[in-house]
Design a protein around this ligand. Structure first.
Ligand code: SF4
Length: 666
């Protein structure tokens, strides 16, 4: 969908957030979930889901307590059938007896009868509009207006009883759309798109509003961060345009995975939306024990507490050309497209976004130290090798490198030193004041510039226009730096300046988790909108470990933003009471044997609920279908219907081999 089509569809241009230049939380109605209030008048809540069998009452109670102690404000528990829904009563009672009043949420797929029972017991019910009234058959059906309307009537009949019960019992509801489990009806009409996700929720929302039931939270989850971000933005816009109430949003990236990858992917999706003031509750889905999700979610949301009173927070940049708050941005926020930029050396245009390793503070740059950024010297054949996370450039500040760098790694050096030594293996980095009368490199030059200066300095923009080999490395000293850098990139677009741009972020005094989450949020929020042709992360701390951390994070953010694939991608669910095998152990096992298969996406799902649909994006799928029974998928097609868990990993490898996509580990 292009911007024009979207403008026709919607009524207020491409505005989706209260402001794109200053932090402002989107105003919502309040939603009451037991004693907990949710919405823009309240803090952003964090939540998670239990992973033990719902019929294991004590196990569920104990795990819920561990989650609550870790900071969980809403505990979700799966209710696949009426018996689990009924057992929520025992779990709830056990928690209350132990003094825990945290609201419980029943997670429902396919079973309206379980939902109707759970709504009488717990404080909130989550339904998936993709499978509440529909069974997935993967059929494309041609609907006439009349047959589509008849389908909506059928949904209304199935859904209405739950709405009435929720209203009567004061139970809240989440309409939780999942990209992977859209109904055949929605897929037939809207395709596998953010628009389809939004329409799917609105069909159910209309029924709720017709009944004057408004105690609702909405989510638009996907494992693809671009789809997820676009769907939430489009939802906000459609709610406004179609005069629905401004419901609170539950943010999440589904099947984000584990470890650094899971954290980075979650931050790219969730952080991007939080930056624009969207989101009232967050669930980070990691393939780890749920209590480990809490600190991650807390780090993500705590950044926005009193954001406007941060030291270093500068009020929005306002110029006559671009008002500070509501304006039509020059990008289409509902469909990813990369900012148009010139092809300069190996940067810009359609080239992969590049990674610059910052070694400017390192005292001694040795052959050994390049291992941290993916370049290895092999003495025996006397040559360099590079792994999939090999940085493209190394910024050495004012230092010289006392050896020949590998071909795949280019040096960037401060202009003053570069000029003095006529360094042929390096490209110069200018400060803006050095540009007047400077000698430029014929092929490629960098210039470090603060975003605010870039916006305000007309002369600098003219220099960029005149010198196409100049690549700005843009940073910001604003405490809320992402919107300021975005604002600078908007300015380049509005002024028709097409030089490639490197995004530069500096972090200090942060934990490793915070570095990963903040770096992924700040850079990811620009990259998912196609802004930026490269990334440089400077970590001001212990230099023994920082280059490796920064390099891994930079590649991780590019992968999570779906712009540069450098490793195997795992779309693994966090597991829940539906899971019929040890998901964490299986994920680790699969990862161990496949983590060298760059570019291959493997879905690992505890059950079929989000399975095949979510794996629309995956090349292969490993899905639990029964006790120790696994189905193997190629894309969305089941190729092995029931494999024993003991041999399923080997069978998966064989499948990849049969497709000619396997290679041995080096
Ligand atoms: S895909 Fe995983 S988390 Fe989702 S319902 Fe199935 S087992 Fe639970």
């Amino acid at each position: 969908m292009n911007l024009e089509q979207l403008h026709q569809l919607t009524k207020s241009g491409n505005i989706y957030a209260p402001s794109l230049t200053t932090y402002q939380r989107r105003e919502t109605i309040p939603v009451q979930i037991g004693d907990l209030m949710l919405g823009s008048d309240f803090p952003i809540r964090v939540q998670s889901m239990t992973t033990v069998d719902t019929m294991d009452t004590l196990g569920s109670i104990e795990q819920s307590i561990r989650m609550i102690e870790a900071g969980c404000e809403l505990v979700r528990i799966t209710a696949p059938s009426v018996k689990e829904a009924q057992n929520l009563e025992n779990i709830r009672k056990g928690l209350r007896e132990r003094g825990y009043t945290t609201p419980l949420v029943a997670d429902i797929h396919f079973t309206p009868n379980a939902a109707e029972l759970a709504a009488r017991i717990v404080e909130k019910v989550r339904i998936n509009p993709g499978n509440y009234a529909d069974k997935k058959r993967f059929e494309t059906i041609e609907y006439t207006e009349a047959s589509y309307a008849a389908e909506l009537d059928r949904i209304r009949d199935k859904f209405l009883p739950l709405v009435k019960i929720c209203k009567e019992y004061g139970t809240a509801m989440r309409i939780g759309t999942n990209h992977g489990s859209l109904s055949d009806r929605i897929l037939s009409r809207y395709g596998d798109t953010p628009l389809g996700m939004v329409e799917s929720a609105l069909e159910f929302l209309k029924i709720c509003e017709d009944e004057n039931y408004f105690n609702i939270v909405i989510s638009m989850k996907a494992s693809n961060t671009q789809v997820m971000v676009e769907a939430y933005r489009l939802l906000v816009k459609r709610l406004k345009d179609d005069q629905f109430k401004p419901y609170p949003l539950h943010l999440g990236v589904t099947e984000a995975g584990e470890g650094e990858d899971g954290r980075v992917k979650s931050a790219v999706g969730i952080g991007t939306l939080l930056e624009d003031g969207l989101g009232d509750t967050v669930r980070v889905s990691l393939t780890e024990d749920p209590e480990f999700e809490m600190p991650v979610a807390r780090d993500l949301v705590n950044r926005y507490i009193d954001r406007r009173s941060y030291a270093g927070y500068i009020p929005p940049i306002s110029t006559n050309k671009l008002p500070s708050t509501q304006f039509d941005s020059p990008i289409n926020p509902f469909a990813h497209a990369r900012r148009k930029s010139n092809d300069v050396y190996n940067l810009g245009s359609n080239q992969l976004p590049r990674v610059i390793a910052d070694f400017s503070q390192k005292e001694d740059i040795s052959i050994e130290s390049l291992k941290a950024i993916g370049h290895f010297y092999l003495p025996e054949p006397d040559k360099w090798a590079m792994n999939d996370l090999g940085a493209d450039f190394i910024y050495t500040g004012s230092k010289e490198v006392g050896f020949m760098l590998p071909n795949g790694l280019k040096q960037i050096q401060d202009y003053a030193v570069w000029k003095q030594h006529q360094n042929k293996q390096a490209f110069p980095l200018f400060r803006t004041f050095e540009l007047a009368n400077a000698t430029l490199h014929q092929e490629l030059n960098f210039v470090a510039v603060d975003a605010e200066e870039l916006i305000k300095n007309e002369q600098f923009l003219q220099i960029l226009k005149a010198h196409t080999t100049l690549v700005p490395i843009v940073h910001s000293n604003n405490a809320h730096n992402m919107p300021e850098i975005r604002r600078a990139l908007f300015e380049l677009m509005l002024q028709g300046v097409h030089n490639p741009v490197i995004l530069h972020f500096t972090y200090k005094d942060l934990s490793l988790d915070q570095i990963q989450l903040f770096g992924a949020t700040d850079a990811g929020a620009l990259l998912v909108d196609g802004l930026g042709d490269g990334i440089m992360l400077s970590l001001e701390a212990n230099f023994d470990t920082m280059p490796q951390i920064a390099n891994s994070l930079a590649f991780g953010v590019l992968q999570a933003s779906r712009l540069r694939i450098s490793k195997t991608e795992y779309i693994s669910c966090p597991s829940c009471g539906r899971t019929l095998f040890d998901l964490q152990e299986t994920t680790a096992k699969i990862r161990k044997v496949t983590d060298h298969l760059k570019g291959i996406k493997i879905g690992i799902m505890g059950c079929i609920v989000n399975g095949p649909g979510e794996m629309a994006d995956a090349d292969y799928g490993y899905v639990g279908i029964g006790k120790d029974k696994i189905a193997l998928y190629r894309g969305q097609e089941v190729v092995k219907k029931s494999v024993h868990a003991d041999t399923a990993v080997e069978e998966l490898i064989q499948l990849i081999k049969d497709d000619g996509k396997w290679r041995e580990k080096e």
